[in-house]
Design a protein around this ligand. Structure first.
Ligand SMILES: *Cc1c(COP(=O)(O)O)cnc(C)c1O
Length: 224
């Protein structure tokens, strides 16, 4: 098992073009599995449950950069605000404001991505492209001095049709360009396009992803 993780990680990392970062999605995987990946040099890990992240954060090396990739409830922001490296799936203005508030309390700035909903499934969270445009056009976010909007994150539909997946990622990539031009032209930090998981990260890279989030492809099936 341990050697599998090392092999998988090297294989995924070796296929990444320059400028594409890897978030190793460790949700439901043990601390031992994470340490295995850490020993290979991986430092960026993604978790999607606050309690699980809390436990791992205290027991694992402190130089791990934790991304919170799941749906985050506003009442749980306070737990991860002291240390989280990036919150990848901000899906409402209310959540953005709450992150800003807790980041301020800890005298830090938290990097975030806005989660875009482009998939056909309507169970997934995220801003529709228009809701995202409206939120930014409203301008209130400019007053939030303790969050930094670093780009967009999205998930494609869970389908086999590669053209559909590519179409969905392209919607996100086009919106990224639009928003970059309108609001973030001078902001070097607005540069992340986080799309691509185990089954579709090669398509995502062709659609200009800068940050893939791979779980199963590194750690194997999750242990629920
Ligand atoms: C679980 C998860 C992943 C990783 O999924 P795999 O198919 O295991 O690679 C990526 N992104 C998000 C938001 C997730 O919840």
């Amino acid at each position: 098992m341990a050697t599998d993780i090392a092999d998988n990680l090297r294989r995924v990392a070796a296929g990444l073009p320059e400028g594409v970062a890897l978030v190793a999605v460790s949700k439901y995987h043990s601390a031992e599995h994470i340490e295995e990946a850490y020993a290979c040099g991986q430092r960026v890990f993604g978790e999607s449950h606050v309690q699980e992240l809390e436990k791992k954060h205290v027991s694992l090396p402190q130089d791990i950069q934790w991304h919170f990739i799941g749906h985050l409830q506003t009442n749980k922001v306070k737990y991860i605000a002291p240390y989280v490296s990036m919150i990848d799936a901000v899906d409402s203005y209310k959540l953005l404001k709450e992150i800003d508030k807790h980041a301020a309390r800890h005298e830090r700035t938290i990097d975030v991505l806005l989660e875009l909903h482009v998939a056909e499934e309507d169970t997934k969270y995220g801003f529709s492209p228009d809701a995202c445009r409206e939120m930014l056009a409203a301008g209130e976010w400019r007053q939030l001095e303790h969050v930094r909007i670093c780009g967009l994150m999205t998930m494609a539909s869970n389908v086999d049709d590669e053209e559909q997946i590519a179409r969905e990622f392209t919607v996100a990539a086009d919106l990224f360009d639009e928003l970059k031009g309108m609001y973030f032209a001078d902001a070097d930090y607005f540069c992340e396009r986080s799309w691509g998981m185990s089954d579709d990260y090669n398509i995502a890279i062709k659609c200009r992803s800068t940050m893939i989030r791979v779980g199963t492809g590194i750690f194997g099936p999750r242990e629920y």
